[in-house]
Design a protein around this ligand. Sequence first.
Ligand code: BES
Ligand code: MN
Length: 457
Amino acid sequence: MTTLTVDQLRAAIERELPGVRADLEALVRIPGIAFDGFDFAPLERSAQAVADLLRGVGLEVEVSRIGDGHPAVIGRRPAPPGAPTVLLYAHHDVQPVGDLSKWESDPFEPTERDGRLYGRGAADDKAGVMAHVAALRAFGCGTSDDRLPLGVVVFIEGEEEFGSDSLPELLAKHRQELAADVIVIADSGNWDIGVPALTTSLRGIVNSFVDVQVLHSAVHSGMYGGPVPDALTVLCRLLATLHDDNGDVAVPGLVSKPASPLDYPEDRYRAEAGILDGVELIGTGRIVDRMWTKPSLSVLGIDAPRTAEAPNALVPSARAKLSMRLAPGDDPKSAFQALQAHLEKHIPWGAKVTFELEHDGNPCVIDATGKYFDAARAAFTTAWDGTEPVEIGVGGSIPFIATFQEVYPEASILVTGVEDPNAKAHGPNESLHLGEFARVCLAEALLLHNVAEAAKS
Ligand code: BES
Ligand code: MN
């Protein structure tokens, strides 16, 4: 078998892009959300759509799940003798869309505006799925002129956005089939438009609920108001203890350390996050420290009477959802205990407060040295016309990575992805930069090529 050259791969990606784009749009039209309370039927359809795509590139495909967990799709082809195997990861489930009125076009009707494709999952992470498919198509996989020089396992998870609960068991169940020399996780992003990145640190996560109860039921706020601490006031006081006066997380015992020397100017951060003029940034340290290697603690939601319907009554109970992000090196179990201990210590006025862990996930750091990381850096540099990738951290979490590091300690884990600073993953008007997506697809094809070459050395 003659191997494809860089120029041939470039031409092949060019040739495949229209079809890849059409298949991406078809995936975006399927609203597969793994959150409790959603209709799970679309997840089955999106797993089938992914399975068809993987069969189309000649893989042997299995849809797999643990118990009543959501469907993951695994596609495989063995390595030629002596060649390495690469595992390609992405997820086909997406985040809920939130307030529909904030979307400029239907989240599940992919729409192009100014070089970007808008839709829930257009970036996170259906474009990750399609980058893998694009790279395999570029090698002619599934055609009579198939020149893929290595083995691949494609693993497309169906519940990443809901905490990957089945993942450890899926890994245990498919431990042999998923074994690989190199793991490509296309679920992060690049540093900027035109500047590629390899992600080498991710934060962990602890999502939990706090419940406050003070009365058996609501009572007249005028008749009894005064001596009774209402549940919302208690909850607000409690939540106010989460940060110190500087805005740093006040929970003792969490890991905190400096991040990489990359500079992320404050005005860039403000603009990308969309912070209103006059609103101060909280916490101390450089922006990258605060985003990547210090803990953060946010209140994601509160269950309480809606203002429009709130009667003149004292609120008997209230519930908040908290999300804590953890620095690499921290441990979600002990961090949740630390959070709980901190809140218990600050309960005002003898209120009844209970805690519940929703889900957690480990942080990770990746040592990006060795021939496969060099192969990736060279691939990125070529795909971005000479611009070398920077090593970045991200504040988000992919608990999957730590699990994989434990199970396959020898594998090189390359965290790539399609997100750019304007992707708005998880928010309204999520989108994919189509020009960068083309580079991501090319980079992945070149990466497979380079990994096969590097294995020979
Ligand atoms: N793709 C993100 C992870 C990510 C976030 C990468 C920001 C790069 C930048 C992933 O899909 C995600 O959102 N993960 C969840 C994990 C959670 C549900 C355990 C997250 O970070 O909220
Ligand atoms: Mn994702």
